[in-house]
Design a protein around this ligand. Structure first.
Ligand code: ZN
Ligand code: ZN
Length: 325
């Protein structure tokens, strides 16, 4: 393992009183209900980053506690006979991220789990967000019909381009097309809704996912343009959201020497803190940053930038952290 998995805020799984029938879901809203677990917080290329020998990545090489898997969250829905698990994005760290669900997924012992998740929701076709699908293919576990939810453009990209097309033709994955702003109902009273967001859309469009449970709603938005390139719809998107897991690629505009951060196209953490500060301070919204670039100084848990994030009432997400829904 590249990192130590720390389970925080893990819901206590209560005895499943009142459940009958092998397929019945735990009643909504009780302890032991659905939750979201963070499986990775790094930008697409991870931490340590490919071929980076700067202080940020050397620190992560010498201290596994400073290493981070690529941005990903899982939805876990308890059932009487186990749990349904859904991934939001399929990252190059998929192999390790599946192990982080082992306590709830209860995989078959002694053999390969060829249906390792109940489904996957994809945000877009950039490397950190879909390359993990390859690990479902013939050269790996030769998965059996894992449902993959994607926008029509993203689904067409997978269907029409190798090697992804082989996952479809061999039925390793089963594509389900998402409609913008139409909820997908899941067990446990959970509803997942895709919302288009502005981003560099070379191969697919890009969405954020609203995950609404019986008690709380989480918006997962790992990649988007800076806020000044959004229309006012962003504020509407936050309506009813309790926790925003948001693009924290860069902390501020000066963190990449010799490169203009503004040209890469992400909201700066300092700008997000300014924009959403009032809602965070009055307690109507919690915001945690995800998808941090290896250069982001807020990755250092002892650094002044992390202290500033926390001081403003925000936080950096952490692998293994669970949020009850
Ligand atoms: Zn990304
Ligand atoms: Zn991207």
């Amino acid at each position: 393992m590249r990192m130590t998995i720390r389970l925080m805020l893990l819901p206590i799984l209560a005895p499943l009183l009142g459940c009958a029938g092998g397929d019945r879901v735990v009643p909504a809203g009780v302890p032991g209900g659905p939750f979201v677990r963070v499986l990775g917080i790094a930008q697409d290329a991870g931490v340590p980053h490919t071929a980076c020998y700067g202080a940020c990545c050397e620190a992560a090489r010498s201290d596994p506690g400073r290493a981070h898997l690529v941005s990903c969250v899982a939805l876990v829905v308890p059932r009487q006979d186990g749990h349904d698990t859904y991934l939001f994005d399929a990252t190059p760290d998929l192999t390790e991220q599946l192990v982080m669900l082992r306590d709830v997924r209860r995989p078959p012992s002694g053999r390969t789990d060829r249906r390792p998740v109940s489904g996957i929701f994809l945000t877009h076709a950039h490397l950190g967000h879909y390359l993990g699908l390859a690990w479902l293919g013939f050269e790996s576990i030769h998965a059996r019909g894992v449902p993959v939810h994607a926008t029509p453009r993203m689904a067409a990209f997978l269907r029409d381009n190798g090697p992804w097309s082989q996952l479809v033709s061999l039925q390793n994955i089963d594509l389900h097309e998402l409609s913008d702003e139409v909820a997908v109902p899941l067990p446990g009273g959970v509803r997942v809704t895709a919302h288009r967001v502005p981003h560099r859309d070379e191969f697919s469009d890009t969405v954020a996912f609203r995950v609404a449970g019986p008690s709380r709603t989480i918006l997962f938005m790992p990649d988007t343009e800076p806020w000044d390139r959004w229309s006012p719809r962003f504020d509407a998107l936050l309506e009813g959201v309790d926790l925003l897991l948001v693009d924290g690629t860069f902390y501020s505009g000066d963190e990449l020497p010799g490169r203009r951060v503004s040209s890469i196209g992400h909201p700066l953490m300092v700008d997000t803190i300014e924009r959403l500060g009032p809602a965070v301070r009055d307690g109507t919204l919690r915001v945690e940053f995800i998808h941090l670039n290896h250069s982001n100084p807020a990755l250092d848990p002892a650094g002044p930038q992390r202290a500033a994030v926390r001081g403003a009432g925000f936080d950096v997400a952490a692998e293994g952290r669970d949020y009850p829904l």
